[in-house]
Ligand binder design. Structure first.
Ligand SMILES: [Mg+2]
Length: 290
């Protein structure tokens, strides 16, 4: 049987289109150092209190973080921690902005796929707000046709996202990319989610290519759904020296951290059908484009 032409690319975002880890690490570690210096709270205490909050809220990008770290509340002496330690907040924001960039060739490749009539759909486990922010920041609003992200986290009673906003409302939503949510708490690899995404955008599994940087989450999910899988090998960062900081403060459980650590080691039980070794553009032949 002849393989059908590929009509849709479903892509992971973090560490597939941009280096999420690099931006997270640069911004979070700069903030942590400034907090340690300006509050006098030891780094190890900050890290463990922050991990507990990330786990409680189910994200490593929790918008209300500083206001809930117990030792910072104490050190701030009656004002809000983000007001007491403005240097840390500024560094978090400026480093995140500076380091959030597409990998080379991503925009060209997506543009080429779209002009060949291929739809571009994104599916990320990251939460709605920061995903939307990164899409705007990298210029992909409208390049991605439909985005599926997790919904945003909850805020403590009485706090509202609207009150934390400094920009007009329009800068908190995408103009041209349609933003839909997957159910809260649904994690990759879940073949059913990928299949229902394809169904809702009107494509069959054999018309799709799915691409992502995690063998355990992305490639495994595509294979279970019988969708052509592509591994964004260039996006793997688990061997990066800074990755241990993420392991120490992540919202993942200890078992999740360990599962990934052992998986990334020498024996890799999952083998990708196609691999983009060095850059995103290597996906073009898999889509049937030169
Ligand atoms: Mg990823």
């Amino acid at each position: 049987m002849m393989q059908g032409r590929k009509l849709v690319l479903v892509t992971d975002l973090d560490n597939t289109l941009w280096d999420w880890f690099a931006a997270w690490h640069a911004s979070f570690s700069a903030m942590l150092l400034a907090l340690e210096e300006d509050s006098g709270v030891p780094r190890s205490v900050l890290e463990s209190e922050i991990r507990a909050l990330h786990q409680k809220h189910g994200t490593t990008e929790y918008s209300n973080l500083l206001s809930e770290v117990p030792s910072l509340i104490d050190a701030a002496g009656g004002v809000e921690p983000w007001q007491a330690f403005p240097r840390a907040v500024d560094l978090l924001r400026s480093e995140r902005r500076r380091c959030t960039q597409l990998y080379p060739g991503v925009l060209d490749t997506l543009t080429k796929a779209k002009s060949a009539g291929i739809s571009v759909v994104a599916y990320t486990e990251s939460l709605a707000y920061w995903t939307m922010w990164r899409i705007k920041r990298t210029g992909l609003d409208g390049v991605i046709d439909v985005l599926y992200s997790a919904p945003d986290h909850d805020l403590p009673t009485g706090k509202k996202f609207e009150d934390m906003r400094s920009q007009p409302d329009s800068s908190y939503e995408l103009d041209r990319t349609e933003h839909r949510h997957v159910p809260r708490g649904v994690l990759k690899p879940n073949a059913q989610v990928l299949l229902s995404i394809l169904d809702s955008v009107g494509f069959k599994p054999d018309e799709a290519v799915y691409m992502g940087d995690s063998l355990m989450k992305d490639v495994a999910m595509a294979q279970q759904a019988h969708v052509t899988d592509v591994h964004a090998r260039y996006g793997e960062v688990q061997q990066h020296p800074g990755y241990d900081l993420l392991r120490r403060v992540t919202h993942w459980t200890d078992e999740d951290v360990e599962r990934e650590r052992t998986h990334v080691g020498s024996n890799r039980p999952i083998t990708a059908t196609h691999t983009c070794q060095h850059e995103f553009a290597e996906v073009l032949p898999v889509l049937g484009l030169a």
